[in-house]
Design a protein around this ligand. Structure first.
Ligand SMILES: [Zn+2]
Length: 277
């Protein structure tokens, strides 16, 4: 959703045109209704006559946009998102705003062509409409112009993602993905689970090499690989070589040095961020 997915192309991936239209729309809304710092999602809703509530709906959904007689209402499920101000709840709120601001989503809902659907947010859905809303959410929460100013003349380091995540109240994963998409400096973000790679994104300017084992296996000599093979965790960025992660064609590139910072999830996942030293 953020940038060209380096994996088998499916029709329900967003193309570049769709992405830039969604990004422009989100940027406009951010600047119009919440021009500074972290995005005030409730303020955007209020300014557009959208009502909202936080409630307990067990596992039914993360969020839901309902239409009734010309009125729109956002439901946020705090059973799944802890409380209304967690990073996930904010992402869900922004995702539901996407269903409102994206013309074809709102029109389909208003005309009864599409029912209110339960949304499960966080880059997990394969459905195009959900991917569009997720992409809108990431662009709205992390507006391009603001991020570019924050990152101006700053060399990439993991601390930068932490700072942006704190400033914009977004998860490390969402922030790293958005950073790779905006392309302030080239990084790769890979989400690994059960010793395989669930998804990964690279900034367009990142070296074009392909992953050593594709998505089927996390290479052993990487920091992420060591977690799966040796249960080793690193708290700081580790040096890895190009050939550790990638299938490098030319000898001169094999020992190019990269840094890899891993974030270990409670579900056994590893988010690996890789950038050239
Ligand atoms: Zn949705």
């Amino acid at each position: 959703m953020m940038i060209e997915p380096k994996q088998k192309t499916k029709n329900n991936f967003l193309n570049e045109l769709q992405k830039s239209e969604i990004e422009d729309l989100a940027e406009y809304i951010a600047n119009e209704y919440s021009p500074k710092g972290a995005i005030n999602l409730e303020g955007i809703a209020e300014n557009n006559g959208i009502t909202f509530s936080y409630g307990n709906y067990k596992d039914a959904f993360d969020g839901l946009l309902e239409h009734s007689f010309g009125n729109f209402h956002i439901y946020i499920n705090i059973d799944r998102l802890e409380h209304g101000y967690t990073e996930r709840a904010r992402f869900t709120f922004a995702h539901e705003l996407g269903h409102y601001f994206l013309d074809n989503h709102r029109n389909a809902l208003a005309q009864g062509l599409a029912p209110s659907h339960p949304s499960f947010t966080g880059f997990i859905s394969e459905n195009l409409v959900e991917r569009q809303a997720d992409y809108f959410a990431s662009c709205l929460l992390l507006p391009k112009t603001r991020i570019k100013i924050d990152c101006f003349k700053r060399k990439f380091e993991f601390k930068l993602i932490q700072e942006l995540s704190k400033k914009y109240q977004t998860s490390i994963t969402a922030t790293a993905l958005r950073y790779s998409s905006i392309g302030c400096s080239p990084i790769m973000v890979a989400y690994c689970m059960n010793n395989s790679i669930k998804w990964y994104w690279k900034t367009t300017e990142f070296p074009f090499w392909v992953l050593k084992f594709g998505k089927s296996k996390v290479p052993e000599n990487t920091a992420a690989g060591e977690y799966f093979s040796k249960n080793r965790r690193y708290t700081t960025a580790e040096i890895v070589y190009a050939e550790d992660w990638f299938d490098v064609k030319f000898d001169r590139d094999r020992e190019r040095q990269f840094l890899e910072h891993c974030v270990y999830g409670t579900n056994g996942s590893v988010l690996s961020i890789v950038w050239e030293k």
